[in-house]
Design a protein around this ligand. Structure first.
Ligand code: KG4
Ligand code: ZN
Length: 339
């Protein structure tokens, strides 16, 4: 019998709903929240209000686009954490109400596991190349930067991670330093395209093992820009694109340096990347180049599965549904939730 899962994502500033049938994506609707742009970052209070406004229309559209009726849905999967508590509460509460009214089971999903498992979303008519276990996944988002050894769908081991800021945060904070609106990552990517990545040099952090650090780089970038503006008030205006290309090059270099070490240490040749920063065009190119050089199989999600989306929640929920891992109406969201 067909298993149809409705997935709900509301951990940060995107409200999303998706329908997956037997592992195949039928719809994936995302409502971005423009309201945060003016504040230079996500304002938690505004995020939860926007989720409240968006959730019913987003779910409604996902169901209609999938061409199903709500009575056809076998189970509902929702992001339990990690994320902003007020935002998570909206998705969790919606899932409880929906499960109760439609008499279907509920499945809790870890947002980080879901980013990794986004690689297993299948779409009809597409090639759907999926990594084989065990694989390494570089998970790079606004809140996390981790190298994960994925032994199985729900057997994930963090072998390296940031000790301070995440890579996405580094993109966004450096972007803010040069006056770009939030989220600055995609804008850095855009302005870097035709520019010189070697125009400015920034030191790499010296961190042990497979761990990362980005807070020193962010501060160094801030001081560098501040000092140059003192000499020339138009420095940023005149060098915006080269600044973007140089900071992007540095962040990617740091990310790949530890990933290469992880590949060497584990001997694993199946390499994936996931999370919002995996939308970065230069990172995607660098990953494929690394794959060619070292004879690795590289897996990069389609753009729509890189940043927060409910398709990844629905596929993770689908795998848990098949295992019968359901939760009750007393479930509460978790701001912190390890992978
Ligand atoms: O996975 P995600 O949507 O949310 C979290 O779970 O954090 O990741 C959002 C992060 C933001 O920091 C954003 O600037 C970054 O992903 N990002 C990018 C690009 N697209 C999104 N960073 C660099 N280049 C991009 N093209
Ligand atoms: Zn995310």
């Amino acid at each position: 019998m067909s298993k149809i899962i409705l997935g709900i994502e509301s951990s940060c500033d995107d409200t999303s709903a998706a329908i997956i049938e037997n592992g195949y994506l039928l719809s994936n609707i995302i409502a971005n929240q423009e309201v945060h742009k003016a504040y230079g970052g996500v304002v938690p209070e505004l995020a939860s209000r926007a989720h409240q406004q968006n959730i019913i229309p987003v779910v409604d559209r996902a169901i209609k686009l999938a061409g199903i009726k709500k009575e056809d849905i076998s189970g509902i999967a929702f992001t339990r954490g990690p994320g902003l508590l007020g935002s998570l509460l909206v998705g969790t509460s919606f899932a409880k109400g929906f499960a109760l009214v439609n008499k279907i089971p509920m499945v809790e999903v870890n947002h980080l596991q879901a980013h990794v498992l986004a690689h297993f979303v299948k779409e009809s008519g597409k090639e759907n190349k999926q990594p084989e276990f065990p694989f390494l996944c570089l998970l790079v988002s606004g809140g996390h930067t981790q190298i994960i050894k994925v032994n199985d769908y729900f057997d994930m081991e963090i072998i390296g991670q940031t000790i301070d800021d995440a890579a996405g945060e580094a993109f966004d904070k450096c972007a803010k330093t040069i006056g770009l609106p939030y989220p600055g990552g995609p804008l850095i990517d855009k302005y870097a395209k035709e520019a010189n990545p070697h125009a400015f040099h920034f030191n790499r952090p010296k961190i042990k093992d497979l761990d990362y650090s980005f807070s020193g780089l962010k501060t160094a970038f801030m001081y560098f820009v501040r000092d140059r503006i003192k000499e020339n008030p138009d420095f940023v205006k005149e060098n915006r694109d080269d600044l973007c290309a140089s900071i992007q090059f540095t962040i990617i270099d740091i990310l790949l340096d530890k990933l290469k070490k992880a590949i060497q240490q584990t001997g694993i040749k199946e390499i994936a990347v996931a999370g919002g920063v995996s939308a970065n065009s230069a990172l995607r190119t660098a990953m494929y180049e690394l794959g060619n050089q070292k004879n690795l199989n590289i897996y990069i999600p389609e753009f729509k599965f890189t940043t927060d989306n409910a398709a990844m929640i629905a596929i993770t929920g689908y795998f848990k549904y098949l295992k019968g891992e359901f939760v009750g109406q007393d479930i509460t969201p978790l701001a912190r939730m390890p992978i």
